[in-house]
Design a protein around this ligand. Structure first.
Ligand code: NAP
Length: 226
């Protein structure tokens, strides 16, 4: 069966996607910061392996990638993300927080993609899917939320350029907006539940081919302007 490696698998959208790929028969390497505390994740049925991973720890990423170097990975799902401070317009309340959001949302997905490239190259028609956000769309940006918007716009740019560079390897690279989702990040008033988002994201990820590489997709299958 194909193999998925996913970050931030213990809750929210990552947990939902992990459940869905396991139910589909995939082998899942589910990364989270604290596997001992991830009881719901550990209780999932199917071929799941839990791995401890703090995505801002470059050495930990390299160690994990080395562990799986001989194993083909069909799908790398960069899901882990943070919002940072909920600042409004004309405010960045903490620049250290800005740097941390960039480290998690922008730098870590690229580090993951490059570290796991040997495993992705071993699979047939592998994919790298990064959960970004519509808030990273520069053309749609209404102002405010500079930190989160910048981190997602930057990861979109990084993944688009990576897509161009590894097209020849047959690896499809996309970024996705999951919708405004009822998770800890999205809050209870969000527009859609996690099942709707997870079902939509999985359908889009499973459906894309190398022809779609470099694209920015909504969870409903539509595209989003940069
Ligand atoms: N919910 C929405 O409405 C929405 C909208 C657009 C985009 N997104 C994006 O969707 C993705 C998932 O969001 P969510 O709503 O599921 O958020 P969530 O419920 O807050 O879950 C975030 C996940 O990321 C993990 N994580 C955070 N920082 C990490 C780090 N440094 N190292 C490893 N794991 C880390 C968390 O692990 P811990 O449990 O250890 O903290 C958790 O598993 C994010 O990239 C987010 O930006 C969400």
């Amino acid at each position: 069966m194909p193999t998925l490696l996913i970050t931030g698998a213990n809750r929210g959208i990552g947990f939902e996607l992990t459940k869905r790929y396991l139910a589909d028969g995939w082998d899942v390497i589910a990364c989270c910061r604290d596997p001992k505390a991830a009881t719901a994740l550990a209780a999932l049925k199917g071929n799941i392996t839990l791995e401890a991973l703090e995505v801002t720890d470059d050495a930990a990423i390299d160690t994990l990638a080395a562990k799986y170097r001989d194993r083909p990975i069909d799908l790398l799902l960069n899901n882990a993300g943070i919002y940072g401070n909920r600042d409004g317009a004309k405010t960045i309340s903490a620049f250290d927080s800005f740097r941390q959001v960039l480290a998690v949302n922008t730098v870590a997905p690229m580090k993951m993609a490059l570290a796991f490239l040997p495993s992705l190259q071993k699979a047939k028609a592998a994919k790298i899917a990064t959960i970004s956000s519509r808030m990273g769309s520069i053309s749609e940006g209404p102002g405010g939320s500079y930190v989160y918007r910048t981190s997602k716009a930057a990861v979109n740019a990084a993944m688009h350029n990576l897509a161009m560079d590894i097209k020849g390897d047959g690896i499809t690279v996309i970024v996705l907006h999951p919708g405004w989702v009822q998770t800890d990040m999205g809050g209870p008033s969000a527009a859609i539940d996690v099942a709707t988002s997870g079902a939509g994201l999985k359908k889009v990820i499973d459906g894309v081919t190398i022809k779609d590489t470099g694209g920015f997709f909504n969870y409903d299958g539509g595209t989003i302007p940069w």
